[in-house]
Write a protein that binds this ligand. Structure first.
Ligand SMILES: [Cu+2]
Length: 495
């Protein structure tokens, strides 16, 4: 009797310890008093350190609902008002929290190892995890309201760069006039003609602009398909207080988000300086819009806000009343809650079919033995000096490329293809791109830290496309595009 009582007590104590640990919530939040200047040339700690903090309250209804419109379709009056507001922002003293430079610094401080996690001496990083979408939503919210204040227009709405529509697949006109506040001289001239959202380079191989745009639509479709039914795939991996930065971004953060930055060039192509290009905010408005589209798919919205460490993660921003505001991820659950919506525009990528390439076996199987794939020649971990081809056992419908090691400041880009294991006699085999890994890097503005992250891609649609639905193994091909010799791959699994 005595022993069973003590057993029960021990069990209870263990349960308390166990559930106590389980229940301890660990949402990420910034330290309001600490920021480290990592780069003397790019002082980006915000001017609000140490100020009194107020909790966010959503805009009162019925304040006007702001309607964000595509930048390429903005009427001249709206474009003029927007440019004038950004000009007012640029004219403010550089230490004013609303100034253009301070607005840019906010992004830099949250991503260049500037701000620290509250009470912990660890950098806070808002890229490469589930914080990516909500942080940028909150950031644009305050940016838009400050512009509205400067414009004297409470219904002012930030336009979005509609690069997922053929009409928006280049730098919109309103950003091109070099006398406008919306101009930035560091962009690549070639981005004026066409914006490659990832994998559709204007390199002369694709003959017409229309063909390039169709390629973009296929990429857009592919990326959405790779993430549409999973919040982990779409939003990115959990990132809790005390956790390592960059546990792994969502599929769309890698691409098209990354390539649109990189391919536009100049300030916007590097994380710490990207806020110095006005186009940055409109690029991110489109990223935010894609989140809203994804969340509207039945079932996805509720998947998003289940974990208290996600819901309660919080950020600090200066608002349009010059208050320092703490906003939680749960406040960002819907754009309506934040007083804005996106104009409904067509989604021409929605019903595009997944592209399957026929590849000469000799090209596709450069590392393969005549009777199959010789995995023994690929030993992990490996540096991605050149294309690698591995046959992987298929346990599920997600590719996991894990223990990807790189320096945060380096620009890295590799593509992932899936290919059917063909019979030995066939001369051709089918393959399709399943996604990409893109780290924008910071071009040495700050030494950067080493990070270990992972890329996860949903592949059911691609497996169907190559006709490998019943296959027990799939061939995975990694093709380095930028900085392959600076990235190490830990392992590849299909889980
Ligand atoms: Cu970005």
């Amino acid at each position: 009797m005595a022993s069973s009582t003590s057993l029960a007590i021990i069990t209870m104590a263990m349960a308390i310890v166990f559930f106590g640990i389980q229940a301890r919530s660990l949402p990420v939040s910034p330290d309001p008093n600490l920021c480290v200047e990592r780069d003397p040339n790019l002082k980006c700690c915000p001017s609000w350190m140490g100020k009194k903090i107020v909790d966010f309250t959503p805009p009162q209804q019925p304040s006007p609902l702001r309607v964000r419109r595509p930048a390429h379709a903005l009427d001249p009056e709206a474009a003029q008002k927007y440019a004038a507001a950004v000009a007012s922002m640029r004219a403010l003293p550089s230490d004013h929290p609303w100034s253009f430079i301070q607005q840019s610094n906010v992004h830099c401080a949250y991503c260049n190892d500037g701000l620290l996690q509250n009470g912990l001496n660890i950098s806070l990083e808002i890229h490469g995890s589930w914080l990516f979408f909500p942080w940028h939503r909150a950031y644009l919210y305050f940016y838009e309201r400050i512009l509205g204040k400067l414009a004297g227009d409470p219904s002012f709405a930030l336009p979005f760069w509609n690069w997922d529509h053929p009409a928006g697949m280049s730098i919109p006109e309103i950003y091109r006039d070099n006398s406008s506040s919306l101009y930035n001289p560091t962009r690549y001239p070639k981005a004026l003609n066409f914006t490659d959202i990832g994998g559709c380079p204007n390199d002369g191989n694709t003959t017409t602009l229309d063909a390039l745009k169709q390629c973009n639509l296929r990429v857009m479709h592919r990326q959405f398909a790779a993430a549409f039914n999973s919040s982990d795939l779409f939003l990115g991996h959990p990132y809790r207080a005390g956790g390592k930065p960059n546990p792994g971004g969502g599929v769309l953060e890698w691409l098209p988000h990354g390539p649109v930055h990189v391919n536009t060039g100049g300030d916007i192509s590097q994380i710490p300086t990207s806020g110095l290009d006005p186009l940055f905010y409109n690029h991110h408005a489109n990223v935010d819009r894609l989140w809203a589209i994804w969340a509207a798919i039945p079932g996805n919205g509720s998947k998003t806000f289940g974990d208290p460490d996600f819901n309660d993660a919080s950020f600090l921003f200066v608002d349009e009343n010059l208050q320092l505001v703490r906003i939680r991820v749960s406040d960002c659950a819907s754009t309506r809650n934040l007083g804005y919506i996106y104009e409904d525009v067509p989604l021409p990528w929605l019903n595009v079919t997944t592209e399957v390439q026929m590849v000469e076996r000799s090209v596709a199987q450069t590392m393969a033995a005549p009777d199959g794939y010789d995995n023994s020649s690929v030993v992990f971990p490996l540096v991605l000096h050149s294309t690698i081809t591995v046959e992987v056992e298929r346990k599920g419908d997600q590719i996991l490329i894990s223990d990807v090691q790189l320096n945060k400041s380096e620009r890295i880009w590799f593509d992932v293809y899936v290919q059917r294991v063909g019979d030995g006699s066939s001369l051709k085999t089918t393959r399709t791109a399943a996604g990409s890994f893109v780290n924008m890097g910071s071009n040495g503005t700050h030494e950067g830290s080493t990070l270990t992250t992972e890329l996860r891609l949903g592949i059911s649609e691609f497996v169907n496309a190559i006709g490998a639905t019943d296959d027990a193994t799939i061939v995975v091909i990694l093709v380095p595009k930028i900085g392959g010799d600076k990235v190490k791959i830990g392992k590849i699994l299909i889980t």
